[in-house]
Design a protein around this ligand. Structure first.
Ligand code: PEP
Ligand code: MG
Length: 325
């Protein structure tokens, strides 16, 4: 099936009415780059850096991280590479880093909360990313942001790290774009305010769905309740994208929903122009994208917003995809 679609790797990512959508890849290591390049992904929309910190005896050094980030941005050439700062905690633990026993790890000490607490660890990663930014189109993204204070605290640290590099005469891109994941409901609710603080948003539907619906994304027993096609999710996606557009910053999507072809009419209806997904999904999504009509999706989305239930939303989406065929 992959081969059947290979010819699409060099086809521009546009709907049939000419609406461009960057189709990017989520990666966790440099090993995936080969397929990213083969499939012609338009960039790296999410580099999950956790793997660099896992299955080892101590924290990765600045040099070690720099080598990896540099390879990623260099091999991607001019294409954007969004490097997400450490998103440990929740389901991901580190052997050498004592994490507190928690009743609710997904509501606990994780991601940006750890980085703002353990600033040495955070500074080392930021130094490595900034140094790599001299070699390509790197962008920084903070996970699990829930407030303006967290963005400002993180950016204050980033500025101080830049100052340090400057004083050492180490090159970096001083204007490196800084974005945040929108994956906590609070962040989605204040998207208009957050949009004034950062250069871009990336919606993390995996966690957003978990937190909005109060459904643990890892719990098999309630997996049937983990359904992103819920009116509450659509409303939140709508207001988040609207806020970003009103403030003139780009908004992408990097959760699993970005690579789900059933959701594509939703993203087009919202006017999202950046979807980041597992590298295996890029060509399958492109195959659908080039046959989609943006304006029809916009009209469809108006209808979806009126739906009262998940069942209604799914049936409207299904009808739409059937009439298209
Ligand atoms: C998300 O939460 O949607 C996301 C992309 O991040 P992760 O799956 O790494 O939590
Ligand atoms: Mg997440």
């Amino acid at each position: 099936a992959a081969d059947r679609l290979q010819h699409l790797s060099s086809v521009p990512s546009l709907t049939n009415d000419g609406f461009p959508v960057q189709l990017e890849a989520n990666i966790s290591s440099v090993k995936e780059l080969e397929l990213v390049l083969k499939n012609g992904a338009d960039g790296i929309g999410l580099f999950r850096t956790e793997l660099l910190y896992m299955d080892r005896a101590q924290l990765p050094s600045e040099e070690e991280q720099f080598t990896v980030y540099q390879e990623v941005v260099q091999r991607m050439g001019s294409r954007p590479c969004i490097i997400r700062t450490l998103d440990i905690g929740g389901d991901k633990q580190l052997d050498y880093f004592a994490m507190p026993e928690e009743d609710n790890p997904f509501l606990g000490y994780r991601a940006i909360r750890i980085c703002l607490d353990q600033t040495d660890l955070f500074r080392t990663q930021l130094r490595a990313i900034l140094r790599a930014s001299a070699f390509g189109n790197a962008k920084i993204m903070y996970p699990m942001i829930a407030s303006v204070e967290e963005v400002r605290d993180a950016s204050r640290i980033l500025e101080s790290v830049k100052e340090e590099l400057r004083s050492e005469g180490i090159p970096f891109n001083a204007d490196i774009p800084v974005g945040i994941m929108i994956e906590v409901p609070a962040a989605a609710q204040i998207a208009d305010v957050l949009a004034e603080e950062v250069d871009f948003f990336s919606i993390g539907t995996n966690d957003l769905v978990q937190y909005v619906l109060a459904v643990d994304r890892m719990n098999e027993k309630i997996a049937h309740l983990y359904n992103p096609y819920h009116p509450a999710i659509l409303r939140l996606l709508h207001s988040t994208v609207k806020a970003a557009k009103a403030k003139g910053i780009p908004v992408g999507v990097c959760g699993e929903m970005a690579g789900d072809i059933r959701a594509l009419p939703i993203w087009l209806g919202l006017g999202v122009q950046e979807l980041s997904m597992s590298v295996q999904s890029v060509l399958k999504v492109k195959e659908q994208l080039i046959s989609q009509h943006k304006e029809s999706c916009r009209q469809l989305f108006e209808g979806l917003l009126q739906c009262r239930s998940t069942a209604e939303i799914q049936s409207l989406l299904q009808d739409y995809s059937l009439t298209k065929k």
